[in-house]
Ligand binder design. Structure first.
Ligand code: C2O
Length: 583
């Protein structure tokens, strides 16, 4: 493995160098990953947000969730640009569910019965979480680097957790009980307190990172307790690093309790993950695409805190207002990579109700958690913390390692170190992966053939690759974002499409280029009416510099369906001045 990996290091760099002219000025801080060869990337994450101060504030209405509309079931404005939370729109935080009113997991769609009961055992005895004293930091290791001793412990802990299922199926620490936590918080088993007709859904919103951080925290504590080792930590699947871009081999040993047969057999190691669903066939192209899509979802396409974290979701809101860039990017890609396409719902990892039955799920999410922690350290101009009280005070319930039911709040998990763990340091080569500047500017008149005017084209069902002319708000390199509005999906399907700007060659399997603007994706999940509606916002500031928009007042947006384009309809497309970064 070692030699394969170091040859990647050189090969990936070379591969890119041959395909792109290096940019004229290199102010490079190469990571270890790129050190042996000439770096082709400028390290540059600051952005030009100086647009003459001309960014008008969107009207309060555009950021407001009209609760009355939602409550009377009209769907309200919830698809309509929750871009900026309006302080006046504060409702209440999503409250921890009442376990006693948990209902059996309902059908994913009518006539299509899922025979799953994922309700947790009820308990009247609830305590509020208190931050533990941290004596020594526990360090979560990268799964591809763990020692034999560590692996033996991890396997023993999982073995015991699985044994609990047989010994006492009502023990909330058992393997299936733990898996069902995910199902219940996501497949409509828990209602919002006070809103019997609204589910709690921990995906597709700003609850995504905090919920999963808490979920893993208790899972890890339970595993530690089962082997009597309070220092135990989960390993993370390091899919953002070329060395970790396959299923970690410790999960692929049929004799190990970490093994799971419900996985895509074609994607067992050494198959390389394709985080951007680019469809690339060569491993090297997959690696550069992976690093490019990481760079995009962590830095380039992110205009505001909400863009990264996910849309506001408060008591009384319909579930699933919209995912952040990381949730819909690498996070979903790994679910779909591992889930078995031969199973009806891509069980286990390809569907929320079953994802927690795969031991790999928790290591996948340990890396998602790590991405959140890394994002918070980036020196970009986007504020790293949400301060909205409806976010900070949202709460969940989990059973701890002593079977005690504990109420936790989002505010207590914002700094993972205060929970007593951190991550083994490994390289993050995507940090340097700003694409090379385009050598020559594409002239709008040359690339607009086949492009259609946006007027009259929307709502657009994405049956095929579609090129749209979109007017800018200002000429040239303005500080702007692209908004795709009212994206309506069939929530029972896996959906994915990509967005490119002023792309000439339509080589859609290459994401490592300046024209790649970002992505939309959805994992199948349960909603009452099988319909999801959301918006995405993609920042264009850096992209404009790299493709050199010069004084153009229009761009050509290419929409590329990757999966189930027939089941997604885009309501509208527009460019607006960058909304404020916070919120
Ligand atoms: Cu809760 Cu990755 O899903």
């Amino acid at each position: 493995m070692a030699s394969l990996q170091s040859s990647y290091t050189a090969a990936v760099t070379n591969y890119r160098r041959h395909r792109h002219r290096p940019p004229p000025s290199l102010s490079s801080k190469p990571s270890h990953f790129l050190t042996q060869t000439t770096p082709t990337h400028r390290f540059h994450v600051s952005c030009n947000n100086n647009n003459g101060g001309a960014n008008p504030k969107p009207s309060p209405e555009s950021g407001r969730v009209d609760r009355r509309n939602m409550l009377i079931g009209l769907g309200g404005l919830y698809g309509a640009a929750n871009l900026i939370p309006d302080p006046k729109a504060l409702a209440d935080p999503i409250q921890a569910p009442e376990f006693k009113s948990c209902s059996e997991a309902r059908d994913v769609q009518s006539g299509d019965v899922l025979d799953v009961n994922c309700c947790p055992p009820p308990s009247e005895n609830i305590v509020d979480f208190k931050l533990p004293p941290v004596h020594r930091m526990r360090v979560r290791p990268a799964a591809h680097k763990v020692t034999k001793e560590y692996l033996a412990k991890f396997e023993e802990a999982i073995r015991r957790m699985k044994a609990l299922d047989k010994d006492d199926p009502t023990d909330p620490r058992g393997f299936m009980q733990q898996a069902n936590i995910h199902c219940a918080y996501c497949n409509g088993a828990h209602d919002q307190v006070g809103f019997k007709d609204l589910d709690i859904q921990v995906h597709n919103s700003w609850l995504f990172f905090p919920f999963h951080r808490w979920y893993l925290y208790f899972y890890e504590k339970i595993l530690g307790k089962l082997i009597d080792d309070p220092t135990f930590v989960l390993p993370f699947w390091n899919w953002d690093n070329p060395k970790g871009m396959q299923m970690p081999r410790i999960f692929d040993n049929p004799r190990s309790p970490l093994f799971n047969t419900n996985r895509n057999q074609d994607n067992r190691p050494p198959a390389m993950i394709d985080l951007g669903f680019s469809g690339a066939t060569e491993d090297l192209q997959k690696v550069v695409n992976n690093l490019s899509s990481m760079y995009s979802e962590m830095i380039r396409s992110v205009n505001s805190t909400i863009d990264f974290m996910g849309q506001p979701y408060r008591a009384g809101n319909s579930p699933s207002p919209g995912m952040g860039s990381s949730e819909r990017g690498s996070h979903i890609a790994a679910h779909v990579f591992v889930g078995n396409p031969k199973n009806r719902y891509m069980e286990d990892m390809g569907n929320f109700y079953s994802a927690g039955r795969d031991t790999l799920f928790y290591s996948h999410h340990a890396n998602v958690d790590r991405m959140w922690s890394i994002w918070k350290t980036l020196k970009t101009d986007v504020p790293k913390d949400l301060t909205d009280p409806d976010y900070l005070n949202a709460s969940f319930l989990f059973y701890d390692e002593n079977k005690q039911l504990v109420r936790v709040k989002v505010r207590d998990c914002l700094d993972h170190r205060r929970l007593g763990y951190e991550f083994e340091p490994v390289d993050t080569p995507w940090l340097n992966y700003r694409p090379a500047k385009k050598a020559a500017r594409a002239k709008i008149k040359d690339i607009s053939s086949g492009a259609q005017k946006a007027d009259g084209l929307f709502p657009l069902t994405l049956k095929k690759v579609t090129r749209v002319l979109v007017p800018k708000t200002a000429k040239g390199k303005a500080d702007e974002v692209l908004v795709l509005e009212n994206i309506e999906t069939d929530t029972t399907k896996f959906i994915k499409f990509d967005v490119f700007v002023n792309d000439e060659d339509d080589k859609t399997e290459e994401l490592d280029k300046a024209e790649y603007a970002g992505t939309f994706a959805q994992v199948p999940h349960k909603t009452k009416d099988k319909k999801g509606k959301s918006n995405i916002t993609l920042r264009l500031t850096e992209l404009y510099e790299d493709i050199d928009v010069d004084d153009d007042d229009t761009i050509v947006v290419t929409l590329i369906p990757r999966s189930n384009g027939d089941d997604v309809t885009i309501g509208g497309i527009k460019i607006i001045p960058s909304p404020p970064r916070s919120g």
